[in-house]
Design a protein around this ligand. Sequence first.
Ligand SMILES: Nc1ncnc2c1ncn2[C@@H]1O[C@H](COP(=O)(O)OP(=O)(O)OP(=O)(O)O)[C@@H](O)[C@H]1O
Ligand SMILES: [Mg+2]
Length: 506
Amino acid sequence: MSEAVQPLLSVRGIRKGFGGSPVLTGVDFDLYPGEVHVLLGENGAGKSTLTRILSGVYLPDSGRILRQGAPVTFASPAIAQESGIALLHQEPLVFPDLNVAENIFLGNQPRKGFLRQIDWKEVYAQAEARLADIGVSLNPRTPMKGLSVANQQMVELARALSQDAKVLILDEPTASLTPSEVGDLFRIMRRLREKGTALLFISHRLDEVFAIGDRITVLRDGDMVATVKPQDTTRDEIIKMMVGRSLATLFDKEQAKLGDVRLRVQNLTLAGKFRNISFEVRAGEIVGMAGLVGAGRTEVATAIFGVAPAESGTIEVDGQPATIRNPQQALKLGLAYVPEDRQKHGLLLPAPIAHNVTLPQLRAFSKMGFVDRKREASAATEITTRLKLRGSRGVQQAVGELSGGNQQKVSLSKWLLTQPKVLILDEPTRGIDVGAKAEVHRLMTELAQQGMAILMISSDLPEVLAMSDRVLVLREGRLTGTYSHEEATQEKIMTSATQSFEEATL
Ligand SMILES: Nc1ncnc2c1ncn2[C@@H]1O[C@H](COP(=O)(O)OP(=O)(O)OP(=O)(O)O)[C@@H](O)[C@H]1O
Ligand SMILES: [Mg+2]
């Protein structure tokens, strides 16, 4: 990329606010053909808002967008699309009831004949070709519903590319991918870069930023801090730019005293999902559960919590046999489960933060059948302040208006407030920025020290290694490895998870 090349897309002085609170306060930057430009910033910094402006979802309040030097107005996503801009959303935007091919074409299906009827043969043939193009082998007739997040994302990517995008914006595409899936995505991104596509890439994982980025732009509180090249900077410098101060990225776990076994599962089996899973978690212990997406980790968690109970096997809580057929029973026994997918499970997006956070224990916050709003608000304020949740309007703001990472913090707050004996966390720091991540880790350590038993599912290997007293590895629904904190290494975990470690590294 030489300086003589004209940027494909530029923004100048972009401002945007919601309901009087400024979110972007004058952003300038250029996106060149054939570069991977990384956009970094804390949760709520304004990254997704900027991507939505670039893709015609929002109009800026002021400022200009230039396409190859010429001013453009992206008044709608369709107009941006026609200019060759494609956006991969932070949460995959797919239609679960349609199949893969229908999701790729979404209304643009190839048609034939005088009546312009959908040419299904052509639809499936082209869908297959587009998937093959990005190296994905998926039957285009598969219903979207059952696909892993990684595959849903691949379908979204195939859709974006079928529109012949010149600019591809990827808003945290790797948040729920495993290392090998990230590797696949990066291969595709590199190929597109070679073809001259301009890529804008958002991620909270700094390793990825250095692995794939040609340039890095840091956004802080809606303001541009700087644009740098990875070879001219360091992790620490980048973090300093993001949060405005130095910060230890990984929280040093302190060992808690281990107490009695709080949760014991034996031979837990659910046909087609997992088989003969046995393990225990003690008071004060953090047990990490690693494995590839689809290995059955979430299924084990939801079985224990009673969402989709196991067919056979036993669960004991505090030494007592427990029958858990639904989440209410689990809650009563002192279990809590923070799900991976905040959008689908458990958050009422139109409702205020305060209400969402106190939802599992409405009774505790009610007096004679009425919710005590003041207590609700003060409890919510306390826990969300602790997690550094950042919205523009305090705990009365609707959860749906929060940035992705901040929604995740609401989900965490909600279950922490129930003060469970056994806390099951499914990807607790997915989509959470470096500062808040350290905060979540500190909190987990504190909770363990107070005697909570924590089961943490995570695809983030540094997190698993740093936080777990013991690591369990699942592969295809079976427990394939157990390592103590001292024994566990990235290589051992990946070997247990995949067989072949080479394939799974970036
Ligand atoms: N529709 C909306 N109404 C009100 N406020 C909004 C709306 N959309 C975004 N915001 C606010 O704008 C700010 C920036 O949000 P944005 O989603 O751009 O952050 P982000 O940098 O993408 O964060 P994350 O890393 O968590 O995804 C947040 O404070 C958010 O609450
Ligand atoms: Mg975002």
